[in-house]
Ligand binder design. Structure first.
Ligand code: ADP
Ligand code: MG
Length: 717
């Protein structure tokens, strides 16, 4: 390939040099001119409007005035300095008075004084641009940008832009001389140098179809917009392109997989399924039925299933898991159900054993605390195939666990399992074909994000709760309401209900958290003395036996109150528990709060969730608490969470291993464009799955760069 200006080392860009190059590399990860061009402004200042000084107020964000300099004064440590005595190394401040006829304003400089002093001439007119503030009762601007009044077109740039981009900057960049204005200048130089070398990255026919502007127009206008309309067009094109290629990569992978006949074919449902189904104590919800049909179709297709099952807490995922496992068994295969914690595995095992009664299918439980003899028996049962369904924790990953023919792996709360562990599970299928994989999560991932994160997985959603659930009333309270809250708990206990009290445990090792928990426990035991009240406690530092003992006591109704850390976050099912108290609720994330709340409201009684908070809440915490009180819908909360924290920080996505490094599009805000881009990618692939048509040459090339490092989930699951 010919030498391309985009690959030019950034230090050779006019205005940079070796020192600034180092800074750009370190602060912005910019090594080449091309890298620099990919840094887009995160906002714009419209410099086309000049306002009279008399109308400026300190609450305005940025203003631009055209004014004449009336007086320049310099100050040192000892006050005003006479002009003839000036030594610039002793000057601490420069004050510039300006007027535009409607009023006066003071401009203040603390840095770069010598240079600015040489630039500003009394009686001359300039355009000043900055943030107005009030100091000593007078309006001023600190470090405004200064341009001669003659060239009011901003930087006087050939780009002829009235809007100035604001780039991500850091203290270090500014100290190294790379101010906002310098960034603009560098960008101008970069575009002059390299814009002609940028090649179109979308095929003509798609640009026409979608009304997208050409790449040169887009790049120029994202940095130096001609006007608002051009900026919008540029933005749209760049966002669309980014999301389109992300989806194209993901969908292409899915195509490749679905063309391979590489799955275990499971043509029937089998007797066990039918027996279980017909003896269910309840009707499946419409959503459960739909999801089971989707899974069933996958399993009989001859392709390997890779499905993500999302369902809010309490939506009945366990039932779906059991019926899916029974399909595998009915076809002569084994199924395993992996839970993230011992408590959960036990709970699953208990429920699943109940559902399996009368089916003749033998379930087993394998966890870290299984005894040696029991373990040996289970290993044998898995190897000879007499165990049809195994429930377990990480213990299932151990090397000496061998299946006769694993046909389905169900993973509950996938994000707690590492990628390597799943790969290990994969190797346990002895038949040569990879087992079907069903990943279940109660962390609702917003659709836009699921489409991106799991773009090559199929997604099923249980969007309906079993009938008869009573809404949960959520209340926020602070310390001053504690005694009233305790009285309320006593009333509920007197009615025969049980209560969870949960303390935050953000870092498993943090001593502070345990101190809070212990203090809280003492407080609870003092307020609810034995007799008549019984309080159990569960936390992560207990042995598994201890945990189980306490959990069982609560589940069986022998304790009225369970004090716990967020270990109980997932899965625990005690229908008689109708009150969830969350201490220091501001320390939990939205989806965690929602998970915790889902522990109540499972019985027929009205349930409550009480969020105890400190008195001083950050704006964000307050917003979270208010949202919790306002809605019970997990997807709504997840959408909000994503808007507040950005997709990268969402629980359940961090560990998923797929980096979402979008440059301009936002998964939280650009859902519409994402949908459009996905449909477009889909129809391109429908016509040309291998991207080999001449008109798709550019697409094939871009996808081959794999900018998003798209992972093949079928290989790691
Ligand atoms: P999830 O795992 O999705 O949080 P579970 O599978 O634990 O939910 O189900 C929650 C509760 O709802 C369980 O007690 C279960 O027996 C019950 N359940 C599941 N499906 C139904 C249904 N269709 N009708 C009534 N109750 C159901
Ligand atoms: Mg569950």
């Amino acid at each position: 390939m010919e030498r391309n200006a985009l690959q030019t080392d950034i230090q050779f860009l006019p205005g940079v040099g070796p020192k600034r190059a180092q800074l750009l590399k370190k602060e912005l990860d910019v090594a080449t001119v091309g890298d620099l061009i990919k840094i887009y402004p995160f906002r714009y200042i419209d410099r086309s409007s000049i306002i009279p000084i008399s109308s400026a107020t300190p609450d305005m964000a940025y203003i631009q005035i055209r004014a004449r300099v009336t007086e320049i004064r310099l100050f040192g440590n000892k006050g005003s300095i006479a002009p003839e005595d000036v030594k610039f190394n002793t000057v601490r401040r420069m004050s510039v008075m300006v007027t535009d006829g409607t009023g006066y304003m003071e401009l203040v400089f603390f840095k770069g004084i010598k240079w600015m002093h040489s630039k500003l001439k009394p009686e001359e007119e300039y355009v000043f641009f900055g943030k107005p503030a009030i100091f000593n009762g007078h309006l001023n601007m600190v470090h405004p940008e200064v341009d001669p009044a003659a060239g009011t077109s901003g930087t006087g740039s050939i780009m002829n832009s009235t809007m100035t981009g604001v780039y991500p900057g850091t203290e270090k960049l500014r100290n190294g001389g790379i101010t906002g204005k310098v960034m603009n200048k560098l960008m101008e130089n970069a575009l002059n140098m390299a814009l002609p070398d940028i090649e179109e990255t979308l095929p003509q026919y798609l640009m026409l179809e979608k009304g997208l502007v050409p790449i040169h127009f887009a790049i120029r206008n994202i940095h130096f917009p001609n006007d608002l309309n051009s900026l919008e067009k540029a933005r749209y094109r760049l966002k669309f392109e980014e999301l389109f290629y992300l989806q194209l990569s993901l969908l292409k992978q899915k195509y490749v997989r679905s063309r391979n006949e590489n799955g275990i074919r499971m043509p029937k449902v089998g007797d066990a399924f039918n027996i279980c189904y017909s003896s269910l104590p309840f009707q499946l919800t419409g959503a459960q039925k739909r999801v089971i049909t989707e899974i069933r179709n996958d399993m009989k297709s001859g392709h390997q299933m890779n499905r993500l099952l999302q369902g809010d807490v309490g939506s009945g995922k366990t039932m779906v898991a059991v019926l899916s496992a029974l399909i595998a068994v009915g076809n002569g295969y084994q199924a395993c159900i992996m839970a993230p914690t011992e408590v959960l595995a036990q709970q699953h095992f208990k429920n699943i054993s109940r559902y399996l009664q009368g089916t003749g299918v033998r379930p087993a439980l394998l966890t870290g605390s299984s005894k040696t003899a029991e373990r040996r028996e289970i290993h044998a049962g898995l190897e000879d195939g007499s165990i049809g369904i195994i429930v377990g924790t990480h213990a299932l990953f151990e090397d000496n666990v061998i299946f006769r023919n694993l046909g389905l792996a169900i993973i509950d709360e996938q994000h707690r399992f590492g990628v390597e562990q799943r790969a290990k599970l994969w190797r346990k299928s002895s038949g040569g074909l990879a087992p079907h994989v069903l990943v279940m999560t109660a962390t609702p991932i917003p659709r836009t994000l699921a489409m991106t994160l799991y773009g090559d997985l199929d997604v099923s959603v249980i969007d309906e709760l079993p009938p008869g659930r009573k809404p949960i009333q959520t209340i926020a309270a602070n310390e001053s309401k504690r005694s009233a809250m305790f009285r309320f708990l006593k009333d509920q206990i007197a009615l025969g209900r049980q209560v969870f009290i949960v303390y935050p445990l953000i870092f498993e090792s943090e001593k502070m958290d345990y101190k809070n928990l212990e203090k809280g426990y003492e407080q609870v035991v003092t307020a609810f003395p034995f007799p008549p009240y019984k309080t159990a406690i569960v936390h992560g530092q207990q042995s598994n036996d201890e945990k189980k003992f306490n959990m069982d006591a609560f589940a069986a109704g022998r304790a009225n109150i369970l004090v716990a850390t967020s270990v109980i976050e997932v899965g625990v099912d005690v229908p008689n528990a109708s009150v969830m108290v969350i201490e220091s609720a501001e320390r939990f994330g939205l989806s965690q709060l929602h998970q915790l709340r889902g522990r109540v409201g499972r019985g027929s009684e009205k349930s409550f969730c009480i969020l105890m908070t400190g008195n001083k809440l950050s704006k964000e915490s307050r917003h979270r608490i208010e949202l919790m009180c306002a809605t019970e819908n997990g997807f709504e909360l997840a959408e909000e969470d994503m808007k507040m924290r950005g997709p990268g920080n969402l629980e359940g996505t961090q560990q998923s291993g797929l980096p979402i490094e979008l440059n301009i599009a936002s998964l939280a805000k650009d859902g519409l464009i994402l949908n459009d881009a996905r449909q477009c990618a889909q129809s391109v692939l429908d016509e040309d799955p291998s991207l080999s048509l001449p008109k798709n040459r550019i697409l094939a090339e871009e996808v081959s760069h794999d900018k998003y490092r798209v992972r093949d989930y079928s290989q790691i699951s």
